[in-house]
Write a protein that binds this ligand. Sequence first.
Ligand SMILES: Cc1cc2nc3c(=O)[nH]c(=O)nc-3n(C[C@H](O)[C@H](O)[C@H](O)COP(=O)(O)OP(=O)(O)OC[C@H]3O[C@@H](n4cnc5c(N)ncnc54)[C@H](O)[C@@H]3O)c2cc1C
Length: 349
Amino acid sequence: MRGRAVVVGAGIAGLAVARGLVAGGWDVQVRERAGAPPGTGASLGMWPHAVTALERLGLGELVRHGTVVAASGELLRPDGRRLARVEPPGAMRLVGRPDLLSALADSLPDGVVRWGVRTSSVAGLPAADVLVAADGIGSVVRREVFGPATAPRGLGTVAVRGTANLPRPDLSETWGEGRMFGLTARVDGRTNVYACFRGTLAAPAEAADPVALLRRVFAGWHEAVRAAIETLDPASLDVRALQDLRPLPRTTRGNAVLVGDAAHAMAPNLGRGACESLVDAVVLADRLNCAPDVATALRAYDRARRRPTARLVRISRLLNRASTAEHLTGLRDGLLAAAGGVLAVGSRQ
Ligand SMILES: Cc1cc2nc3c(=O)[nH]c(=O)nc-3n(C[C@H](O)[C@H](O)[C@H](O)COP(=O)(O)OP(=O)(O)OC[C@H]3O[C@@H](n4cnc5c(N)ncnc54)[C@H](O)[C@@H]3O)c2cc1C
């Protein structure tokens, strides 16, 4: 079918849905509160099924020329000794968030995205056959249509992301007591840094100086961690208390449908949130393009996406806890080391 769609939010999910619907002949309007796509941002891991989704959306050029392959990496102890080797699936790639967002935005005809338009209530939106809520974890559409019980919940951890002015590193994560530190590649040849630690390890005021905070939280850790912290680009730093969403009993109501983090925000530890947003977009656009009516399409989307993403929310939450565990870390590390030295990281959906 074809019709008119209003999409709230021009993040990865909203732009990707718009791309899929425009390709199917829909009349689409995306409403985004920011004035323009972001110019800076971290690397995102793209698992093979997300790479396929990007190709389905016609972004094969970005995959071929705007990403780097994530080769095997290591799980380390704070002193730098190896706990396990990690084998990501063959086609896992890293893409810059701003590159992904601008490739998606550029793939849309002029005028589809209305930048600088904040949605404060569903009642203020233009009439449409389908309303796509792609407004992220704090979705106002979800709160209004699905109720306040769908509010995010805290994970008790804080994440810091940034770019270090160091050449591309080997992929690694270092796990200690209550904290972890990760290094991946960036397309621009520098180093992508992400750290996560229990919220109790930092006072809220410390967020004002993230480098000093990281120096203190990761004091005494191995050389690669210290070098990354000392070369961080201050303008690239992002500090946030992490939250996720309790799995929802439904992702559609009436003609409204949730996609991306608005539907299934998860802890970042599996690196799957943006990947699943792309898959949501492909599945939703496909069902809307092919079904005889909106209700049939939204039911089919909910059937295809709700359970698999709920499972990922749960696993990501567990991994967030395990990687920042404060107790029994000797047992955790012993089990990881006994796993045979190689953790094959699968991408089951
Ligand atoms: C530390 C960290 C690391 C991560 N690493 C990875 C990774 O390696 N791989 C991966 O797949 N995922 C990763 N993720 C997850 C990923 O960032 C998210 O899942 C993804 O950005 C979700 O996209 P989205 O479009 O659904 O939501 P968002 O990115 O939140 O976009 C929502 C958009 O809606 C707009 N908006 C919100 N409210 C309104 C409103 N009222 N009116 C108008 N516009 C509005 C916002 O401005 C924004 O542009 C990571 C997340 C974190 C926090």
